[in-house]
Ligand binder design. Structure first.
Ligand code: 13P
Length: 250
């Protein structure tokens, strides 16, 4: 973390929690964090729990982001959700390009369209990127991550920088218990910042690490100069464990 950038800790719930379970989580988390947590705190519930979470978090400092957004404003896209629909629900941001969606079907072009749609609707957007184990072993991490970031950021204008966050999430570390070392996270996040600097103010951009973040490893990861926070999957599902990760940002 650098002095000028406020840390951001985001929990990606993926396909977990009903609306009722989400409400219960939010009550517990808001009371654990209190009114002044040491980081910007974000939860990303599934679409079906967004409205319940927005209401449950009320005036707490915890922000609500979606996990994905479609690139089009509306029309024949069965099962998809637009950026304006998210806004109207009280959601203030969204992830785009998570590797689990890229693996299922999302192309670089669709990720760029989702990014643009989110920004156009006034949302914060967390662009996800990261390489597979095969790419890392082949020495291709830098090239892969740089290409993903450059491709998505072609859709970004210089003035969008303050609503953009980029999360480096190596696929081999997601849900595996195998976290990148602080040095590996630092190296990749520095590459992300350098590439993004061609489109936005890199010194102000927040770059997160994601992949098997836990209360035990979060502080060492966030101590790295180019790691401005974490995007947490499994360890964000339980209020106590997520609150300990937020505390590690302080
Ligand atoms: P885990 O923290 O469960 O590895 O998931 C990371 C992730 O994909 C967050 O978006």
């Amino acid at each position: 973390m650098s002095d000028g950038r406020r840390p951001l800790v985001a929990g990606n719930w993926k396909m977990n929690k009903t609306a009722a379970e989400a409400r219960e989580f939010c009550t517990a988390l808001a009371s654990l964090l209190g009114p002044d947590p040491p980081a910007d705190v974000v939860v990303c519930p599934p679409f079906t729990a967004l409205e319940a979470v927005v209401v449950a978090l009320g005036s707490s400092p915890i922000a609500v982001y979606a996990q994905a957004v479609h690139g089009a404003a509306g029309g024949p896209h069965t099962g998809e959700i637009s950026a304006d629909m998210l806004r109207a629900t009280g959601v203030v941001g969204t992830l785009v390009g998570h590797s689990e969606r890229r693996a299922a079907r999302e192309t670089d072009e669709q990720v760029a369209q989702s990014l643009r749609a989110g920004l156009d609707a006034g949302l914060m957007v967390v662009l996800c990127c990261g390489e597979s184990l095969g790419t890392r072993r082949g020495g291709g991490t830098e090239r892969w991550v740089a290409a993903q970031v450059a491709s998505a950021l072609a859709a970004v204008h210089p003035g969008d920088g303050d609503r953009l966050v980029i999360a480096y999430e190596p696929i081999w570390a997601i849900g595996t218990g195998e976290t990148a070392s602080p040095a590996e996270a630092q190296e990749a996040c520095a590459i992300v910042r350098a590439v993004a600097s061609e489109r936005v103010d890199g010194a102000a951009l927040r770059v997160l690490y994601g992949g098997s973040v836990t209360p035990a490893n979060a502080a060492a990861l966030m101590a790295q100069p180019d790691v401005d926070g974490v995007l947490v999957g499994g360890a964000s599902l339980e209020p106590g464990s997520f609150a300990r990760i937020v505390a590690a940002a302080g």
